[in-house]
Design a protein around this ligand. Structure first.
Ligand code: DGL
Length: 276
């Protein structure tokens, strides 16, 4: 048993898709969330910059005494080198491995679409890991760089004409290829899952990378006997690198009544860019 909090990071509010699931599957856990709202988006930046930012974010969480780190960000997950993450002295998961396992289990026709940020798609990580699980899978990948700014700016309601138009353009090749499973490889995308699902049609299963990571985090903590004890509901503390009010409004919209806890601004650039 371990009552220390779980640390979750993302470039902005996308990681709240993982928090939503963590609250569901582990309601007794405390959560410390860092959203790098002052430096979002990560998904258009070079790998060197993403690694530097992600390491600062992880150091921030470690100084808050977390027992594990979840990179609830597709871009961070696919960009941090395994040589680094394998050396972590704390339990760590990103979204990649849990998500590809869920997608490979869900597909019936073997055609899997992957949508994510440009940086993530450039790494080829989703395709590589899916093919490791099953070399027969056909994988069609597409970067959707406008989705993150649309979500961060609140263009998320199901009938939003701007987001619909963008989604139709991005998703057309995936629909035409007949993908029966679509990986939402960026944790911002489940926020507009309604629109994505409408455009893809009812025959496509959407795989939420935030949910897959939260489910896997539970398994990892259980295996290592690190789940929190006691009956009381967990608390959540949110930290951001830009305006806390803006984040609170977006988070409340997104998590609804499950959004409780404080939001504070931090100077993330003051944290070291090598793991402490
Ligand atoms: N939510 C993140 C991801 O999963 C980051 C998006 C971004 O900052 O570009 O990739």
């Amino acid at each position: 048993m371990d009552n220390r909090p779980i640390g979750v990071l993302d470039s902005g509010m996308g990681g709240l898709t993982a928090v939503r699931e963590l609250l569901r599957v582990m309601p007794g856990e405390d959560i410390v969330y860092f959203g790098d709202t002052g430096r979002v988006p990560y998904g258009t930046r070079s790998p060197e910059i993403v690694v530097q930012y992600a390491v600062q974010d992880i150091n921030f969480l470690l100084r808050h005494g977390v027992k594990m780190v979840i990179a609830a960000c597709g871009t961070v997950t696919t960009t941090l080198p395994e040589t680094l993450t394998e050396g972590f002295r704390f339990p760590y998961t990103g979204v990649l491995h849990p998500t590809v396992r869920a997608a490979a289990a869900a597909t019936r026709n073997g055609k899997i679409g992957v949508i994510a940020t440009a940086t993530t798609i450039r790494t080829g990580a989703y395709e590589r890991e899916l093919k490791k699980l099953n070399p027969e899978l056909q994988v069609i990948s597409r970067a959707c760089p406008l989705f993150v700014p649309l979500v961060e700016n609140g263009y998320v309601e199901r009938e939003n004409p701007v987001t619909r138009l963008v989604a139709e353009d991005y998703l057309r090749p995936l629909r035409e290829a007949g993908c029966d499973t679509l990986i939402l490889g960026c944790t911002h995308y489940p926020v507009i899952a309604g629109i994505i699902g409408d455009v893809m049609g009812p025959g496509t299963v959407l795989i939420d990378s935030g949910k897959a990571a939260a489910d896997y985090a539970r398994q990892l903590l259980e295996e290592r006997d690190l789940l929190a004890g006691g009956e009381k509901p967990g608390s959540a503390a949110f930290y951001v690198s830009d305006d806390p009010l803006q984040f609170s409004q977006n988070a409340a919209l997104f998590l609804g009544e499950r959004f409780r806890g404080t939001v504070e601004k931090v100077e993330i650039t003051e944290y070291p860019d090598t793991i402490e």
